[in-house]
Design a protein around this ligand. Structure first.
Ligand SMILES: [Fe+2]
Length: 348
């Protein structure tokens, strides 16, 4: 049994390390009783996760490496057409490996076409790499933070606060990433900032967080294995969740990193895992907030052929992942068992 568990752990940890991979707006049910300030809580937004922008020198595998730019461009164009209030990107924007500076420049150029307000947080792939995927140029996370100044980061740190104009909603971006590792955590200075910021925010404002590494485990398999939990969960997730739970206006925490869907409600806060547009099932996420509810829906990228290609790449016998998993149904379940859409009450 221990051998089975360790094999499963190795599979999922490797998956994670490797990850680290149109319909109308969902309309939440109307409030039972309208309130004059309800409109201040209404917000439409998207989350795009893990686009993994890279200069296309490699062929597609389980990641659509050659197509990372056109997929993000098309996704952003579709989002712009819906005119949401804002767009979030929950990390692994670009690849820091090999020539990180070129990949970052390509990501900045691609995102600059977005005409809606957009905000990024860094993921583990937005850091310097070590080992066989080493970063070969001068790229470091500081480059990312400077390049995306004004889109969340202030040019000095990767975490940020954004009070949505004319709304009673604040978005907090957290930086869970660290150089040379797929693991994530919130360091002490950021933790102090988070506590201070939550204390400062008017309690009548709703707070939604976005980050790369999740603050909860979404897959029960991960709960049973320390090695997997280390990669799938921010290291000090329990401590950070307790900080958030002290504030009843914290409503949701959106994460990427897993490249898979997921939702859990823990002590009144909705934790939503969003999939990648660059690996199967190739989805981005449409959110709609009201005073009473948070609705979300996963949206396929446009090119169904690319979605099929990504799935084939994921399940190829010689693919890095299938060499480890060698169990198609486990891998398919891991990537696609989370909810496609939900309409969640904000009951706290
Ligand atoms: Fe990723």
């Amino acid at each position: 049994m221990a051998g089975v568990r360790s094999t499963r752990a190795a599979i999922l940890a490797a998956l994670f390390a490797a990850f680290g991979c149109a319909a109308p707006h969902p309309r939440p049910r109307p409030s039972a009783q309208a309130h004059p300030s309800d409109g201040a809580y209404e917000l439409s937004f998207f989350n795009v996760s893990d686009p993994h922008i890279i200069v296309p020198t490699e062929k597609n595998g389980w990641r659509l490496t050659r197509d990372s730019v056109p997929i993000l461009k098309d996704t952003l164009a579709r989002i712009s057409a819906e005119k949401p209030d804002l767009v979030l990107l929950s990390g692994d924007i670009a690849e820091g490996k090999f020539e990180g500076m070129s990949n970052l420049a390509l990501a900045v150029q691609t995102l600059s076409a977005e005409d809606r307000p957009w905000y990024v947080v860094p993921g583990n792939h937005d850091n310097r790499y070590a080992g066989s995927d080493a970063t070969l140029d001068g790229y470091a996370k500081d480059e990312f933070i400077r390049a995306f100044k004004g889109h969340g980061p202030d040019g000095t740190v990767g975490y940020w606060r954004h009070d949505v104009p004319r709304k009673k909603v604040t978005i907090l971006g957290l930086d869970t990433s660290h150089e040379g590792t797929s693991e994530g955590w919130i360091d002490d200075s950021q933790k102090a900032w988070l506590k201070r910021t939550l204390d400062e925010i008017d309690p009548s404002r709703y707070v939604i967080l976005v980050m790369h590494h999740p603050l909860v485990i979404f897959d029960e398999n991960a709960l049973r294995d320390d090695r997997l939990s280390r990669v799938w969960l921010a290291r000090n997730a329990d401590e950070i969740r307790m900080i958030l739970e002290k504030h009843r206006n914290v409503k949701a925490a959106i994460s990427g990193h897993m490249h898979a869907r997921g939702h859990r409600l823990v002590n009144g806060i909705h934790y939503v895992a969003t999939p990648s547009i660059n690996t199967w099932p190739c989805e981005f996420t449409r959110f709609s907030l009201t005073r009473d509810r948070l609705a979300y829906e996963q949206v396929d990228i446009t090119d169904a052929g690319k979605i099929d290609e990504a799935k084939r790449g994921l399940l190829e016998p010689e693919s890095d992942l299938m060499k480890i998993v060698a169990d198609t149904s486990t891998l398919v379940g891991l990537m696609s068992s989370g909810p496609v859409r939900e309409d969640l009450p904000l009951g706290r």
